[in-house]
Design a protein. Structure first.
Length: 211
């Protein structure tokens, strides 16, 4: 799993350890710097319903990305979601678009009605999806820093719509740190290899904080 936090810079130390990966949200700026480290791997783009969070057509082709996993449950009457589906189809490059499995909604009822059909953070949702749907024997995670430091790459292609401090405030309000710990502890089938600059990770079974 490749997220956008500064610890993504450690990818070069471990990129030979896996052959499949998620890249999360708008990732064009990051691919310009670390794309060579994942070229040739089977890449899925995990993103939200926003059209602005898509990659460039060139990057889908360059990295042979065919699968798009959206972070929202499918609803026919959801105009914005349908617009996103059509936008990907309009690229005409054979992209397969998947909506979020309904059963994953059970994992965020604590966040209230505001997030009844969506999730408050795409990075955290991709983490949940990997642990509960894919259940790999070992999961490598880079860039999950809980906004404790700026993104590894300045966002040039798609400027931030919400500031880092606002993201931090939302994470604390919803206790996403504690939520992530609970998800890890309830996923005994997977050993999590975490490269993160967040200093609040507790010791857990089957969890290793990488240097």
């Amino acid at each position: 799993m490749l997220l956008k936090g500064a610890s993504l810079e450690k990818l070069a130390d471990y990129n030979t350890e896996f052959n499949h990966c998620f890249i999360v949200s708008d990732f064009d700026d990051e691919l310009a710097q670390i794309g060579g480290l994942i070229a040739g791997k089977e890449i899925t783009h995990f993103t939200n319903r926003s059209i602005q969070a898509r990659l460039s057509k060139d990057n889908y082709l360059k990295y042979k990305i065919r699968n798009i996993q959206l972070g929202q449950v499918f609803r026919v009457n959801h105009f914005r979601l349908m617009q996103t589906f059509l936008c990907y189809k309009a690229m005409r490059i054979g992209l397969k678009i998947y909506s979020l499995p309904e059963r994953l909604l059970d994992y965020h009822v604590q966040f209230g009605d505001e997030y009844a059909l969506k999730f408050p953070n795409t990075g955290m949702l991709s983490f949940l999806y990997a642990l509960k749907m894919i259940k790999p024997k070992r999961l490598w995670v880079f860039g999950m820093d809980f906004y404790s430091s700026p993104y590894m790459v300045a966002q040039k292609t798609q400027p931030l719509t919400i500031g880092l401090q606002q993201q931090v405030d939302k994470l604390e309000r919803l206790n996403l740190h504690g939520w992530a710990v609970n998800i890890i502890e309830s996923s005994p089938d997977t050993e999590v290899q975490m490269c993160s600059y967040y200093d609040g990770w507790p010791k857990m079974k089957r969890f290793r904080l990488l240097e």
